[in-house]
Design a protein around this ligand. Sequence first.
Ligand code: SAM
Ligand code: DTB
Ligand code: SF4
Length: 338
Amino acid sequence: MAEGTQPASRQGTAVRQDWSREEVQALFALPFNDLLFRAHSLHRAQFDPNAVQLSTLLSIKTGACPEDCAYCPQSARFDTGLKAEPLLPLAEVKRAAEEAKANGATRFCMGAAWRAPKDRDLEKVAAMVREVKSLGLETCVTLGMLQPHQAHNLAEAGLDYYNHNLDTSPEYYGEIISTRTYEDRLDTLENVRAAGVKVCCGGIVGMGESNVDRAEFLRTLANLPQQPESVPINELVAVPGTPLGDAAKLDPFEFVRTIAVARILMPRSYVRLSAGRTEMNDELQALCFFAGANSIFYGERLLTTGNPQNERDRKLFSRLGIHAEARVTSELEVACGA
Ligand code: SAM
Ligand code: DTB
Ligand code: SF4
């Protein structure tokens, strides 16, 4: 057994965090059927292969972001016609979370277009986390770079997940963002972990990166001190006005390969088929589920761009015999024996 390999146990599939460049590139180079067979076999050893977790997103603070992420419609540096909006009031967040819950989502993810939150804003977000948590939903926020004390405050409020993406490989990162470093991102992930909050960390494909970059991006995630519990794989939503507004579309099979390799490298993590589904047909999404994706963003908006209508997703699930992962039971319901 390779060094760094944890033995397989009845609780789960073995997790390795010592993947080499060559090993990951060799996975990407497998014949498509061999790759999918391997990914799917691991997937069904660990998870119900017909269950998909539903997360709903809400942009709690939109636009006017000082960062220069080349893919992002919310950067103040690009003219995308987006209207900036201040932090939403608590009541509006509560209403959106109730609606997400009624539609069957089990996790509610709140995103803010910040480089890093100010402490006074963080208090307001902590109140939102408390409110959403009290509805019996899992909570996730993505607010940019986080200091240790801020991560602790969010943990105290009941935050389950913090989303902070590596976005791409360390080598390609500088082509996409100049206003913060890969190291900054790794520091935030460390602060989140130290506070005992689960990590949601993935990235974007289709930004003009090479297949070696995709391999190195996934290898970096898999070799983190602890693998992220949740791994969002976004396909670039090319927004006019951003530097990547006319990026060439990625071969859909390369997207499926990325999902499959993520599943093999991180066999116990939830792999989310994230942004980009509006442009994908049902057949492509079905392949992604076979390759090991077991989570989606559910709801008609992502942060600022569209996502498939709920009805379309319900029909897709029904055609594929897929069911939404069961709702999280709130502590109150447990206490009441409901
Ligand atoms: N401002 C915070 C940050 O960057 O950490 C949180 C919000 S930011 C919008 C969250 C993530 O959304 C980014 O890291 C990126 O991976 C993803 N994202 C943003 N724009 C996207 C796009 N056009 N297509 C796909 N994913 C995108
Ligand atoms: C993630 O990985 N993808 C989500 C969430 N984390 C915050 C965001 C996707 C954003 C797509 C572009 C938009 O709607 O603004
Ligand atoms: Fe700002 Fe986040 Fe968009 Fe980058 S991805 S411009 S940090 S909102």
